[in-house]
Design a protein around this ligand. Sequence first.
Ligand SMILES: Nc1nc2c(ncn2[C@@H]2O[C@H](COP(=O)(O)OP(=O)(O)OP(=O)(O)O)[C@@H](O)[C@H]2O)c(=O)[nH]1
Ligand SMILES: [Mg+2]
Length: 347
Amino acid sequence: MFTHLDENQQPRMVDISQKVAGDRRAVAQCIVQLPKAIKDYLTGQEIFLKKGPVIQTAIIAGTMAVKKTADLIPFCHTLPIHGCKFDINIVYQKRDYLEIFLQCAVNTNYKTGVEMEALCGVSVAALTIYDMCKSISSEIIIKNTKLIEKTGGKADVSQTPLYGLVLTGGKSRRMGKDKALINYQGQPHGQYIYDLLAKYCEQVFLSARPSQWQGTPLENLPTLVDRGESVGPMSGILTALQSYPGVNWLIIACDLAYINSTMVEKLIAQARQDLVATCYENADQGFPEALCGFYTPLALQLFTKAQNIGLHCPVKILQMADCQLIKPDNLFDIANINSPEDYGQIN
Ligand SMILES: Nc1nc2c(ncn2[C@@H]2O[C@H](COP(=O)(O)OP(=O)(O)OP(=O)(O)O)[C@@H](O)[C@H]2O)c(=O)[nH]1
Ligand SMILES: [Mg+2]
């Protein structure tokens, strides 16, 4: 559902009460073009007019505007402004006109981003320059207002491509038959998870050993074959991170019998781009379910380092890292079915 509309299709402020706070930063830019006549008042990077110093005044006005954004833009949340910095650069272009490049960087630690604050700040700073200079000439153009950087939070998550990985490369020794071929939800479970992830991901791969799925119902699905000698799920994860280092990964083991769209959506909604991973928590023991998680590009360095020191257990690796844990709605949602006994219990 489009979160800016309520159930009656009326606009609303998005409810962010359940979102996790984090460091967020946004930088907006805008250019004010001024006629040659203003050059007479220019000393270094300041324009001195009878009304006062133009650039300093613009910075003060822009900073105040950043703090007032929620009062001006109807569906903006009120949020704490933890930092606000203007960078202003005046350039005399082609001996014909002046261009003032304004940048406004805003920081917060909150549940939602500060791009509107940065855009509002830079816009009001530009309008202030206009107001200060208009008595000299009204040939002033405000142009190129745009967001040039945004980091932290979920928006970043949606800006980075999301790929899916179904871990199927195990030997299923305890089960005695391939777990990815077991039918829990009306089809081989590897196919079920593949289809599930394909709803949310730009690309999905099975993670497997060489030729593993040839001659089986999974043989036509895109596959990433483990690089090097297989050392369990770590091999599949590292192969994926190395093959596509710039993307986020949803990584799900093929023996999660109950994985469903609600769980995947919750993982995506709460995922944090500034952390290595966001995983479900194993409720009994409080450890990260590393094989049911959202991994960011930060994971590549961590997993490479771990591999280099002979650490191959994804759970242990994530326990040492900055990883967000989220609780499953039901305990058995994250159960992994490893043996005929496990299988017997669920039926
Ligand atoms: N790509 C890849 N995935 C693996 C490898 N080993 C295990 N996995 C996957 O990782 C997940 C968890 O595996 P486990 O349940 O610990 O082990 P398993 O090999 O499947 O089963 P057992 O042989 O009974 O231990 C499953 O989805 C496996 O398919 C591997 O060497 N490569
Ligand atoms: Mg398992």
